[in-house]
Design a protein around this ligand. Structure first.
Ligand SMILES: NC(=O)CC[C@H](N)C(=O)O
Length: 367
């Protein structure tokens, strides 16, 4: 059903857009970011790394293929709010389980449609990342600005503890060939699937697990997951990762896990002017010279200067759009990580070989 309830979007710099309400009628705040993927919106909206973010989808039609019970990366909708050009209240996929509008209401997410997303994204691209507020129950811009002024900046914000598992759990294949202890900073389900598909018996631990707890599973390697927020605001996790690396077994880090690995080895992370979010980001593997088209979702990055000054860590991958650090490896240990998403859900499968590399590292370390 078409919804004609008016809604308003106000940015931290005062820029205001008027549109129509989608999802729950209410007010929401967060850092505004844009994703350029043309497909995979449900996987994106359920990715815990988006927790605390108001997401603009640059593709013009959102909602048109509905939602499907299996196309989730967590058990909830994670984005703080949604901004679209055209929002489709109907869906045309016969296998869909429901509409995106009803899904947003179910998870109490507020959104706004009929926004000139090209103008909005161009504005953010010029001005950089900032907070925003969407409301469909209060159209008074001055009071929304006052509410927005109280929202904390993403820079310095720890968010993993809001989305990570509270209890450890195991997932295993029929014939396991190795064991992996995973630290959950806000893990996407597809990381676990990619490990289990390759024969790993996985135990996922809460982010505040100790090294002793991770080791009680007798793991052959450790996985450091993705997650939301500023890695620089997670001193206890940085210390845990340092201990994991010192254990000497294979380690694989993805996105937030990659950033925490870097921080644990003395590298620095910085907030990007605009993050990378989409499913066609070009990466170069500096070891093979091959290109990869990758799925990305990050607003922080390891500083190239800090890496250049560190003789113990190698740059393995770079982002070809802006030459930012996309992958690192320790020179003397089977420990590596990438800033992008080899589990790519949604996205192309070019980088799945990194999971194979991790399993190979585990096999050689065991031998
Ligand atoms: N996908 C992720 O793990 C994101 C990592 C971190 N929160 C960032 O925005 O850079």
């Amino acid at each position: 059903m078409e919804n004609n309830t008016p809604a308003v979007l106000v940015l931290e710099d005062g820029t205001t857009f008027h549109g129509k309400a989608i999802g729950k009628i209410g007010t929401t705040t967060g850092e505004i970011a844009f994703n350029t993927g043309m497909t995979g919106y449900q996987e994106v909206f359920t990715d815990p790394s988006y927790f605390g973010q108001i997401l603009i989808m640059t593709t013009a039609h959102i909602g048109n293929y509905g939602v499907h019970a299996e196309e989730v990366e967590s058990d909830s909708m994670m984005i703080a709010g949604l901004v679209t050009k055209k929002f489709s209240p109907n869906f045309s996929r016969t296998s869909a389980n429901g509409s995106l509008g009803d899904y947003m209401v179910q998870y109490e997410r507020v959104g706004i449609s009929d926004i000139d997303t090209r103008a909005l994204v161009r504005h953010i691209r010029h001005k950089g990342a900032m907070n925003a507020i969407i409301s469909s129950d209060n159209l008074d811009v001055d009071s929304l600005k006052a509410e927005l002024a109280t929202v904390p900046s993403m820079d310095g914000l720890e968010l993993s503890s809001k989305v990570c598992t509270k209890e450890a759990y195991e997932v295993q294949p029929e014939n396991p060939i190795c064991k992996v202890s995973v630290v959950d900073f806000g893990i996407k389900k597809n990381i676990v699937r990619c490990l289990v598909e390759r024969g790993a018996h996985v135990k996922v631990f809460p982010m505040d697990a100790t090294l002793e707890e991770l080791n009680s599973f007798n793991p052959d390697g450790y996985m450091l997951s993705n997650g939301p927020g500023d890695p620089g605001a997670m001193p206890a996790s940085i210390e845990l990762v340092k201990q994991i690396v010192n254990a000497g077994k294979p380690v694989f880090g993805i996105c937030l896990g990659h950033q925490l690995l870097g921080l644990s080895q003395g590298l620095k992370t910085v907030k990007m002017f605009n993050g990378h979010r989409g499913i066609n980001h070009p990466i170069k593997n500096l070891k093979t010279g091959k290109g990869e088209i990758t799925s990305q979702n990050h607003g922080f990055v390891i500083s190239k200067e800090s890496l250049d000054a560190n003789a113990a860590i190698e740059l393995t991958h770079i982002h070809l759009n802006d030459n930012t650090v996309a992958g690192i490896a320790l020179k003397d240990k089977p420990v590596f990580s990438v800033q992008y998403h080899p589990e790519a859900s949604a996205g192309p499968h070019d980088s799945r070989y990194l999971f194979d590399q991790f399993i190979t590292n585990i096999k050689s370390h065991k031998a």
